[in-house]
Ligand binder design. Structure first.
Ligand SMILES: C[S@@+](CC[C@H](N)C(=O)[O-])C[C@H]1O[C@@H](n2cnc3c(N)ncnc32)[C@H](O)[C@@H]1O
Length: 271
């Protein structure tokens, strides 16, 4: 028997006294709080365990814990369409998120290699996007291509929307908890980069469910092949077996691309 569910608002308020967790989508904070409340009776221990879990699924990837904000009106108009300026502007944000930092040194190669193998793209959805939408200046796609993105950090989502508006990219980022709902992605290209292992920590078995819910035409899934500390601990083989165990192979045609620290699977719907 754990803490009574009627204590949920108190637990959530305690968790969110730390601004790292106040920035996260409230539904996910409540979900994790309830999970930990079912295991423990002591309020302090519940709060500690919930924060630790929220850290593992979100804040662990962030270099600086400072909430993200930028006043885009300070950028002169003539610089907004300058790709080199956009890249310089985006670099610190990309480096501050572990996932984009790990591919920052080969972004041009990464997106060049992926997009040259894909049919023409009209619309993209980037699920659990982190800072990845800020890689648009490195992606060989027109600024008019509609780019949807979602994640659980409110400040990150606001920054991405500011970036799209200021630099002339079509698209919109939204808050979304993928363990609750997968957005409609019919006929689109979907990115689900380095995220399934993170979501499995919230809800075991959720990877299979999410893959079955994604109604995209092309799905780009990736996994780290080295740990955050840079070690190769058989991750490549482990995640390869994991993906093949949860993917409906009747539905998708698969191509694999190995990058230095990330394995990318290009999945194209067979019909
Ligand atoms: C390993 S990072 C990958 C980020 C990005 N896809 C990339 O490869 O650059 C995992 C991301 O999942 C997000 N995330 C964690 N739980 C989530 C959930 N339930 N729904 C949506 N996003 C989630 C985290 O905030 C984080 O940005």
């Amino acid at each position: 028997m754990g803490l009574d569910a009627s204590q949920l608002d108190i637990v959530v308020a305690e968790i969110c006294k730390n601004e790292n967790y106040a920035r996260m989508e409230s539904g996910i904070v409540r979900k994790i709080a309830l999970q930990e409340m079912s295991k423990r009776k002591n309020l302090k221990k519940v709060v500690k365990a919930a924060r630790s879990k929220l850290h593992q699924i979100g804040t662990v990837y962030l270099g600086s814990p400072k909430p993200l904000a930028f006043d885009f009106s300070t950028i002169p108009a003539d610089q907004k369409t300058d790709i080199e300026f956009q890249k310089t502007w985006a670099q610190p944000y990309l480096e501050n998120h572990a996932s984009t930092n790990e591919r920052f040194s080969f972004l041009e190669h990464f997106y060049g290699t992926i997009f040259e193998r894909l049919p023409e793209v009209k619309m993209i959805t980037d699920l659990a996007c982190g800072m990845n939408p800020l890689c648009r200046p490195w992606m060989p796609i027109a600024p008019q291509v509609e780019y949807r993105a979602c994640d659980i950090f409110t400040d990150g989502i606001n920054l991405i929307n500011g970036f799209f508006d200021a630099f002339g990219y079509s698209g919109k980022a939204n808050i979304c908890d993928l363990t609750d709902k997968v957005p409609d992605c019919r006929d689109q290209l979907v990115f689900l980069l380095k995220t399934l292992p993170c979501l499995e920590q919230i809800q075991k078995g959720i990877g299979r469910h999410i893959l079955s819910e994604i109604n995209a035409h092309v799905l780009v899934v990736s996994f780290p092949s080295k740990s955050l500390g840079g070690k190769n601990k058989g991750m490549l083989e482990h995640y390869d077996a994991y993906l093949k165990s949860i993917l409906n192979v009747e539905t998708w045609q698969m191509q694999t691309i190995e990058f230095i620290n990330e394995t990318v699977y290009l999945l194209t719907r067979k019909d």
